[in-house]
Design a protein around this ligand. Structure first.
Ligand code: ASP
Length: 297
């Protein structure tokens, strides 16, 4: 099986992944992770920058006993004009056990999955989806709250360009949560209901802030320094209007002082940002086990 979208997963798959990720989280912390994919090979293919996703897939694969090979895209034949399809055929012929891809084009992961036999995991395709991020976000919230049933999650910021928002908007309601999307008008998709950041955050159990993806913006936002934070960012004052035990998420990388104030990002009780990163390894272990396990069944 391939993991291209949240839609690739049944409810049983989602429950299984969250359960396995929570177990891996504790096992990694206590140094007991089992090498269940010993002898397998993971190919990492990242056409866009990454710190968390690239390293956590590599760490996850190593913890499971897999060997990891990362294509240095900048030095690859992509720079000589090779098409994505031909690169996929080439890498597929080397028979990896799984391939993880991040690409700037919507649909790129699906395109590669249609070409190669090995299972493909989408690590972010353009503004489309980032399913393993949503899965790790959900697992982080389940670890904190026990369940997402009846919880409200505010996702705020650059919704228009966010594959993280898109995957979470599909996944979290399947787990019983209500999702509120809010952002500056220029950064909202045309079809989204317009609610203000303040309305979205009021009473929410979790607030997920998103980075302004200036690399995908055609025009300047016209925000003077400090302006974005004041109008749309997560300040301590805004967070105070959320539920009293509300938590803060951010997929990273953060623009400190833009979408999130330092004191909120570093709030040891409320901020789960470091836990998200730790869960990223655990969830990617669960995802690799699922797709490789199905391919070998
Ligand atoms: N790291 C996330 C992504 O690749 C979010 C971001 O870049 O703002 O989609």
């Amino acid at each position: 099986m391939d993991l291209i979208s949240i839609d690739s997963l049944s409810d049983a798959d989602v429950d299984g992944l969250i359960g396995r990720a929570l177990a891996h989280f504790d096992d990694v912390r206590s140094g007991h992770a089992a090498a269940s994919l010993d002898g397998r090979i993971l190919f990492n293919l990242f056409y866009e920058n990454s710190t968390r996703t690239l390293m956590s897939f590599a760490a996850a694969a190593h913890r499971l006993g897999m060997a990891v090979v990362t294509l240095p895209v900048e030095q690859s034949s992509a720079k000589k004009g090779e098409t994505l399809g031909d690169t996929a055929r080439t890498l597929g012929a080397m028979r990896p056990s799984a391939l993880v891809i991040r690409h700037q084009q919507d649909g790129a992961a699906g395109e590669v999955a249609a070409i190669i036999d090995a299972p493909v995991i989408n690590a972010g395709d353009g503004t489309n989806e980032h399913p393993t991020q949503a899965l790790l976000d959900a697992a982080t919230l389940v670890r904190r709250f026990g369940s997402l049933e009846g919880k409200t999650v505010a996702i705020c910021g650059d919704i228009r360009h966010s594959r993280v928002a898109r995957s979470n908007a599909k996944l979290l309601p399947r787990l019983g949560a209500t999702v509120r999307l809010a952002g500056p008008a220029k950064l909202m998709p045309a079809d989204a209901d317009a609610i203000s950041i303040d309305e979205a955050i009021a009473g929410a159990d979790a607030v997920m802030m998103l980075r302004v993806q200036r690399e995908r913006l055609e025009e300047e936002l016209g925000d003077a320094p400090g302006e974005y934070l004041r109008l749309y960012g997560l300040t301590p004052e805004r967070l105070a209007t959320a539920a009293s035990d509300a938590v803060v998420l951010h997929p990273g990388p953060m623009n400190r002082g833009v979408e999130i104030a330092d004191s909120v990002a570093d709030d040891g009780d409320r901020s789960l940002i470091a836990t998200q990163v730790e869960m990223g390894v655990a969830m990617r272990m669960a995802c690799l086990e699922l797709v490789v396990g199905r391919a070998e069944a």
